[in-house]
Design a protein. Structure first.
Lengths: 331, 254
């Protein structure tokens, strides 16, 4: 793939530069809410990018991807609660558990196609959600506070918000690069071929199931890492972090950003989460002259604005934000 | 007579009350181009499906190169050297022609759990793929997205993909379906070249092509073999004329 100086690549470069400079801006202005918001964005972007590996490239629409956020998060939370705070134990274990769950869920659900696949991944995620609700020792429905972030023996201090942000950003960029290599490798060609025409893949000699399953496990493991980071970010885990609407959010991020590229879901995650913050404020401001005091409540319905935007993307810009940027070059 | 490369013995498949394959016995020695003809609904596609492993027979055996492959899944048959093309074009439409063939090469270049190197830059995959494209006359179209190729080019690409798997035998399911006269002529020339090196089982409606190419012809009617032999013998066979060729002429005359 050649590296053109297109508007899309400029936008990607500008975005990465902006992400890298966020902490600088926050230190200069003292606005640390923004740092917290963008830490969240970077973490959920990682989850969306991982979902897009199976959804956009592999054609496997998982409607239960938030489950891995929960599994990764709970692994950290439960270990911390039991006194194991070393990240060198927590993190590998969290990833291994995520991978194991993905292996089992994938092995069962990849035998189905289309709507059935969507439903069975949702069903597994719901099961895991209710297991979380049932874990009374670990807070049940109320969740579990994490009193110490993962310890890395003085190597990195995750309690430092700037350090933690850069760690998350670094891991996100490593993930994006790794997935970009992956989708262009032999393995990636098999995954994309199976999305395009699985019957033909088998006819030319590929046992597609094991490749799709491996891809599913890789995706689930990366999403589990996002869960590890999210638990450390919020110092808290609860079943809400794997509610099915969160799985839906991840799909929306990928579709909004563009499923056809590795970077698309990153654009989508930023757009989605910035909208989530900005739209309520905008609606309140715009609505005040008409609605008076009720405008404050109107902001809660920000998704009324997001919905039609998503509709427009699906109807007129299949490639999402990334696709729109890519087409600007020709305009 | 040498041991046949493909041997079908007593193959039977029923769909409800319909017997789609009725005790089919057929042997194709190495080096032969064997054509299967028959009117619509004769069970040609069902037969091909059982040879490729997509349809499981109710009874009978299929042997290929000394192996009993009756119960083997499709991808393992391909690995043994039995490659197929599809009647209805079945390609990776969003890939380039070269990507399509390179995938077929990749299928036979060991496992694909390789996650890092750019597959589109591996000459180990790209060179054989280019060669296969050149053999079917698509060398100039390698970098075109398949959705933008013509129907005839799709059919040629089908053959290139089957070739790229390095097969011992090709199963060609109506390679000339829907082709214009000019494209058909080109396809016949390609097949004539391929039959120098490969054993081919050809299912085809285009009688002109079949009689021009085939060493032997088997005629299938209602799932049963009613005749099998050299083209001249088939042409002269009264049963065949009645069941098939007459009807075909009537159709072409009309």
């Amino acid at each position: 793939m050649t590296w053109h100086l297109s508007i899309r690549n400029l936008a990607a470069a500008a975005l990465l530069a902006a992400l890298a400079l966020i902490p600088v801006y926050c230190h200069l202005t003292g606005n640390f809410f923004l740092l917290s918001l963008f830490t969240r964005i970077v973490i959920l972007a990682m989850a969306a990018v991982s979902l897009n590996l199976i959804m956009g490239f592999g054609g496997m629409v998982s409607f239960g991807h938030a489950a891995y956020i929960g599994i990764g998060g709970y692994a950290v939370g439960i270990l911390a609660h039991e006194g194991v705070t070393s990240g060198l134990v927590q993190w590998p274990l969290a990833l291994a558990v995520s991978a194991l769950f993905a292996l089992v869920i994938g092995a069962l659900s990849l035998r189905t196609r289309g709507v059935y696949f969507i439903m069975i991944t949702l069903a597994f995620a719901q099961m895991i959600y209710y297991v979380g609700v049932g874990l009374s020792r670990y807070g049940g429905d109320d969740g579990l506070t994490i009193y110490r972030r993962s310890q890395f023996g003085g190597l990195v201090n995750l309690s430092n918000k700037t350090v933690f942000y850069y760690l998350c950003l670094g891991l996100l960029l490593a993930t994006v690069y790794g997935i970009w290599r992956l989708v262009n490798s032999r393995f990636g060609m098999v995954i994309r071929g199976a999305r395009s025409n699985e019957r033909r893949m088998r006819a030319i000699g590929f046992p597609t199931f094991r490749y799709r399953l491996a891809c599913f496990v890789i995706s689930g493991t990366i999403c589990g890492l996002a869960g590890v980071l999210l638990a450390n970010h919020t110092d808290f885990v609860s079943p809400a972090m794997m509610h099915w609407t969160r799985s839906g959010d991840l799909i929306v991020m990928a579709v909004l950003g563009g499923m056809g590229s590795v970077l698309g879901p990153l654009f989508g995650a930023i757009a989605f989460l910035v909208f989530e913050e900005v739209l309520p404020i905008l609606i309140t401001l715009v609505g005040r002259p008409f609605l008076g005091r009720a405008a404050a409540h109107a902001g809660e319905y920000w998704q009324i604005v997001l919905g039609p935007m998503l509709l427009l993307v699906v109807l007129f810009a299949r490639g999402g934000i990334d696709g729109m940027l890519a087409s600007l070059r020709r305009a | 007579m040498p041991e046949p490369l493909l041997e079908i013995d007593g193959l039977t498949k029923r769909f409800g009350g319909v017997v789609a394959s009725d005790d089919i016995v057929l042997a194709v020695p190495a080096g032969e181009l064997h054509a299967i003809i028959g009117p619509n609904g004769a069970g040609k596609t069902t037969l091909i499906g059982q040879l490729t492993g997509e349809i499981a027979p109710d009874a009978g055996h299929v042997r290929f190169a000394g192996h009993d492959i009756t119960a083997l899944p499709a991808y393992q048959r391909t690995m043994l050297g039995l490659a197929r093309s599809f009647q209805i074009t079945s390609l990776f439409l969003d890939f380039t022609a070269l990507d399509n063939v390179a995938l077929a090469v990749q299928a036979h270049a060991g496992h694909s759990f390789r996650f890092w190197r750019d597959a589109r830059r591996e000459s180990e995959l790209r060179e054989p793929a280019r060669a296969a494209l050149a053999r079917v006359g698509l060398g100039q179209r390698a970098d075109v997205i398949v959705a933008n190729l013509s129907h005839g080019e799709h059919r040629q690409l089908e053959i290139a993909m089957a070739l790229a798997t390095g097969p011992r035998m090709l199963l060609l399911d109506e390679p000339m379906a829907g082709m214009g006269p000019e494209e058909s002529v080109r396809m016949v020339a390609t097949l004539r070249e391929l039959k120098q090196e490969l054993t081919i089982l050809l299912v085809e409606h285009d009688m002109e092509a079949v009689f021009a190419l085939a060493d032997r012809i088997t005629v299938l009617v209602y799932g049963r073999v009613i005749a099998s032999g050299a083209p001249d013998a088939i042409r002269a066979n009264a049963d065949v004329r009645q069941a098939y060729l007459g009807e075909q002429e009537a159709v072409t005359d009309g």
